[in-house]
Design a protein around this ligand. Structure first.
Ligand code: TYM
Length: 333
């Protein structure tokens, strides 16, 4: 048994758009705390991003910006490994191996894949279909114990766990069966324009999300425009008031006040007052991150150095574990 200090955390985000408040509250916020107690590895998964077409120049910028956001949020390269997925080739190599033990019928069941198919129709790449296998490779490659994520990734981690078990049964025990860490509040922040669907980087409507890089005026405007429900009361009711419930969740997480406290505070007040204060609370909450980000953007060379250094550290673990897997299979002579 590994003691807790040696347990491994791995998580990642795609540089496929603007990281938003959902990504922060559902995932990144946990990473910052967890890095103090675990061996932590955080990646910017560019090979996942290209499973849907990305404009090359934009992708280049977003890879670096995503890394800067990790750092600005408080991921400390002295405590954690931060790297770009494509810098460590072992990810795609292990994905190939895992492809050989993954079943088409299993991948067809993935909710995220099914949702994307609905949107993209016939324009679905093999890469998009195979996405969960590459994600499993990311996780298993480091013999990860825990994966802190938002709720939408639960099914993918269950799949990774199943692949670990299958590999171990077929070839011998080497992979750890990873477990997800999903926080109760914030695991599923909903879209501001449609509280029935999750907040998403790939949403067509910019008013769907608060990007972590949004200017204060834009943040306030987006909150003002957020879809609310008919009625006047500011109460948490997931059945009848999904919009307000989502805003209350966000408010609670950015202000550290409980939802009960907020309900009390806004008793008798209207949606307008509530939204005005919430907009300000988000601006205040994101202010330190945005200030740090501005500083990091002045010196991209320094961030690139951190990433290259992170990739070197990741590679040491990844190449050793991949070699072990290849030996088990008989891919050595
Ligand atoms: P991605 O880039 O979509 O999201 C990054 C993280 O943010 C969480 N998240 C949310 N949490 C709460 N509310 C929301 N509306 C919301 N939207 C996103 C996600 O759950 C995620 O934790 N497949 C992953 C990236 C990935 C990965 C991995 C993650 C690739 N390999 C290995 C963990 C381990 C993804 O697309 O995340």
């Amino acid at each position: 048994m590994k003691d807790i200090k040696n347990k491994i955390i791995f998580s990642a985000a795609q540089p496929s758009g603007n990281l938003h408040l959902g990504n922060y509250l559902g995932a990144i916020k946990q990473w910052i705390d967890l890095q103090n107690n675990y061996k932590s590895i955080f990646s910017i998964v560019d090979y996942h991003a290209i499973t849907i077409y990305q404009e090359p120049q934009k992708l280049r910028e977003k890879i670096l910006e995503t890394a800067m956001i990790y750092l600005a949020a408080g991921i400390d390269p002295k405590k954690s490994i931060i790297f770009v997925q494509s810098d460590v080739r072992e990810h795609t190599e292990l994905a190939w191996i895992l492809n050989t033990i993954s079943k088409i019928s299993e991948l067809e069941l993935m909710t995220q894949y099914k949702d994307k198919v609905k949107k993209l129709r016939s324009n679905v790449s093999v890469g998009l279909f195979d996405y969960p296998v590459l994600m499993a490779a990311d996780i298993l490659l480091y013999k990860t114990d825990f994966v802190p994520v938002g709720e939408d990734q639960k099914q993918h981690i269950e799949f990774a766990r199943m692949l670990a078990r299958r590999f171990n049964n077929l070839y011998g025990e080497i992979f750890i069966e990873p477990k997800e860490i999903i926080i109760k509040e914030g695991a599923r922040i909903m879209g501001l324009d449609d509280p029935e669907k999750k907040m998403s980087k790939s949403a067509e409507n910019q008013n769907n999300y608060i990007a972590l890089i949004d200017e204060p005026s834009l943040i306030k405007e987006k909150i003002k425009k957020a879809v609310t429900d008919s009625g006047k009361e500011i109460v948490y009711d997931l059945e009848k008031k999904k919009g307000i419930a989502n805003l209350l969740t966000i408010y609670s997480l950015v202000s550290s006040k409980t939802i009960k406290q907020l309900e009390k505070e806004y008793k008798g007040k209207n949606y307008g007052e509530f939204k005005k204060d919430l907009g300000e609370a988000i601006v205040y909450f994101l202010d330190p991150l945005q200030k740090n980000l501005k500083k990091l953007k002045e010196n991209p060379a320094n961030v690139k150095k951190i990433l290259k250094n992170g990739a070197e550290q990741a590679k040491i673990i990844a190449s050793k574990n991949l070699e072990e897997a290849k030996n088990k299979i008989g891919i050595n002579y």
